[in-house]
Write a protein that binds this ligand. Structure first.
Ligand SMILES: [Zn+2]
Length: 118
């Protein structure tokens, strides 16, 4: 499939790579928060232990979102390599330029995504 002439794939690729670097930098900066809390650690007060567990749960939820985001970015980069970038994964129609410029990792056209704005 030929690349779409209306897309500046190189520019979008650069944005995806920059975004991936940001996500990875975030990931590295929160490793300590995600470390396993020892709930049997009696040296730690009950409240600070609850606080630590809550912080850990939040950090883990954020980490899961980061993993999803990284997967989306990698999948979009792979579609660029394969020359399939810009086509909806579900129906195969072109994803609008405006939508791709808003979020270069977007995998679906607006119809398949449920008509949400973006
Ligand atoms: Zn579609």
């Amino acid at each position: 499939m030929p690349e779409r002439s209306d897309l500046d794939v190189d520019a979008l690729r650069a944005r995806l790579i920059a975004h991936r670097d940001e996500v990875r930098a975030d990931e590295a900066s929160t490793v300590a928060d995600r470390a396993v809390v020892d709930a049997s650690d009696t040296a730690m007060g009950r409240l600070s232990r609850m606080d630590a567990l809550q912080r850990q749960a939040m950090a883990q939820a954020t980490e899961r979102r980061r993993q999803v985001e990284l997967a989306r970015i990698d999948a979009a980069l792979k579609r660029m390599d394969d020359g399939e970038y810009g086509a909806c994964l579900q129906c195969g129609n072109d994803i609008s330029l405006r939508r791709l410029e808003f979020d270069p990792a977007v995998p679906l056209c607006i119809t398949c995504a449920g008509g949400r704005k973006g």
